[in-house]
Design a protein around this ligand. Structure first.
Ligand code: FMN
Length: 393
C-alpha cells in the first residue's frame, strides 16, 4: 500500500501488518493491526508523526520517499515510546542526520533508554507548546499514562487533525477510514479494554483536555482514521467513566462438565430475566474479547474447578487479568467445584484481593451439581439480576 493523502500536505505513511497475530506476547490480533505514521509537510519544515514497528523501517522509508526525501525530515514527533510506534526511530535518525526528535520530558528519558537517542537530537515539549512547519502548526498536548507515562497527543492546528497515538486506536489491518469498517466501535471497545481501561482516570482527564478543541479528523496510530470523530469520542467518554450495561460476563473453565453445567444454567436463568450474558470458556476464548466485555459488564462471574489445591490455572489467569485491567464492575460471583476439598473460590479471592470488586455471592459444589444446587443457582441469578437491573452504585 502506498502513501495516502489525508488532506493537503498531510499523508499516511504507515504499515498494514495483516499477518500479526499476537501483541505484547499477550493480546490476540484476529485481524492483524496497523502502525500508522503521518507525514506533515509545511512550507518550511517537514515532520513525521510516530513511526512504525521494527522490521518495517524500509517500507516506511519508501513511503516517505514518495513524498519527501527521508533525509529532509526536520522533526520526528514521538507521541509514545513503545516500539510499535517508535521502533523505527534509530533507523531514521541514522538515515537523516538533522532530524530532531520531539517528545515530552518523560518521552526524552524513554527515547534515551529504549533507542539511545542523544540529548542534542531531542527537543522536549510541554503542554501547549507549538512548532511551526510553515503554514502547518503542531501543538502538543501532554496526555500521560495513555498507556505509558510519556504519552502525548499532537494537534495539527490548521487542519484540525488530532494525532493521539494509541488513544482511540483499534487493532485492525483492514479499512482506512472509520466509514470503511461497520463494526469499528466493537474493535475500538476491545482495544480500550485491553490497553486503556486500567488508565480510565487518565483517559477522562485527556478527554476533558481536548473538549474545547475543534477536531475534524482523529488519526490514531492503530486502525482506521476517524473522519467522524464524534462517535469515538462519545464512546470513550462512556467507557472511561465506567458506564456499564445490563450485562454480565461469565468466564469459566471446566474439565469434566460440572462448572460448564452450572454456567449454562446460570446463563439461561439470567437471559430469561432479560440480562445480557456473555460467556467465555477460558480454554478457547480470546482474552481480547474478555477484555472487551469487561468494559461494560456490571457483574463478573468466575467459575472453575479445584485443581491441585487451588482454582484451575486458567481461572487464576482470568482473575489476575480482571484485577489488572480494572474494569468498572463492582461485583463478582464465584462458582466452583471440587472432588474432596474445595479451594477454588479461596484462591480466586486471593487473586482479586486489592481490587475494587466485592464478592456478591458464591456456590461451591462437590463433583457435580444436584437438585439443591440448582435452587442455589436460582438464588444467585436473582442476586445478580438485582445488581444488574437496579443500576448498580
Ligand atoms: C487434574 C485434577 C486435579 C484435581 N485436583 C483436585 C484437588 O486438589 N482438590 C479437589 O478437591 N479436587 C480436585 N480435583 C477434582 C475436581 O475439582 C472435581 O472433579 C470437579 O468437580 C471438576 O469440575 P469440572 O467438572 O467443572 O471440571 C481434581 C481433578 C483433576 C482432573
Amino acid at each position: 500500500m502506498k502513501a495516502v493523502k489525508i488532506v493537503e500536505d498531510v499523508y499516511w505513511v504507515g504499515i498494514k501488518d495483516w499477518n500479526r497475530r499476537i501483541f505484547d506476547s499477550l493480546i490476540p490480533l484476529p485481524e492483524g493491526t496497523s502502525y500508522n505514521a503521518y507525514l506533515v509537510v509545511g512550507s518550511e519544515k517537514t515532520a513525521l508523526i510516530d513511526t512504525v514497528n521494527p522490521s518495517f523501517e524500509r517500507e516506511l522509508e519508501e513511503k516517505i520517499n514518495e513524498i519527501a526525501d527521508v533525509a529532509d525530515i526536520d522533526y520526528i514527533v514521538m507521541n509514545h515510546a513503545e516500539p510499535d510506534h517508535s521502533g523505527a526511530i534509530p533507523y531514521l535518525l541514522e538515515r537523516n542526520e538533522k532530524a530532531i526528535l520531539i517528545a515530552t520530558e518523560k518521552g526524552a528519558d524513554m527515547a534515551k533508554a529504549y533507542y539511545d537517542v542523544p540529548d542534542e537530537r531531542i527537543m522536549v515539549v510541554k503542554d501547549g507548546d507549538t512548532v511551526s512547519l510553515g503554514g502547518k502548526t503542531l501543538r502538543f498536548i501532554e496526555a500521560p499514562w495513555l498507556h505509558w507515562p510519556e504519552t502525548m497527543f499532537t494537534y495539527l492546528v490548521e487542519d484540525k487533525i488530532l494525532f493521539p497515538c494509541d488513544f482511540f486506536g483499534a487493532h485492525l489491518a483492514g479499512g482506512f477510514y472509520d466509514d470503511d469498517v461497520p463494526d469499528l466501535l466493537t474493535h475500538a471497545q476491545r482495544y480500550f479494554g485491553e490497553i486503556m481501561m486500567p488508565f480510565s482516570a487518565m483517559a477522562k482527564r485527556a478527554l476533558q483536555k481536548i473538549e474545547g478543541l475543534e477536531i475534524e479528523i482523529i488519526a490514531p496510530s492503530h486502525g482506521p482514521i476517524y473522519r467522524n470523530p464524534a462517535r469515538i469520542i462519545e464512546a470513550y467518554k462512556k467507557w472511561s467513566s465506567g458506564e456499564t450495561k445490563e450485562k454480565v460476563l461469565i468466564a469459566y473453565v471446566s474439565m469434566w462438565g460440572a462448572n460448564e453445567t452450572m454456567v449454562r444454567e446460570l446463563a439461561a436463568l439470567l437471559t430469561a430475566e432479560g440480562v445480557d450474558v456473555k460467556v467465555h470458556n477460558l480454554v478457547s476464548s480470546d482474552i481480547g474479547e474478555v477484555a472487551k466485555d469487561l468494559v461494560d459488564s456490571r457483574v463478573i462471574v468466575l467459575a472453575a474447578p479445584t485443581v491441585l489445591g487451588g482454582a484451575h490455572p486458567l481461572a487464576i489467569y482470568a482473575a489476575y487479568l480482571v484485577k489488572a485491567l480494572r474494569p468498572p464492575a463492582k461485583y463478582a460471583v464465584i462458582m466452583g467445584s471440587y472432588g474432596w476439598h474445595g479451594r477454588s473460590k479461596d484462591s480466586l479471592l486471593e487473586v482479586l484481593k486489592g481490587s475494587n470488586i466485592e464478592l456478591l455471592g458464591s456456590l461451591e459444589i462437590r463433583a457435580r451439581p444436584r437438585g439443591e444446587d440448582y435452587e442455589k443457582l436460582r438464588g444467585l441469578a436473582l442476586l445478580i439480576k438485582e445488581k444488574v437491573k437496579g443500576g448498580v452504585e
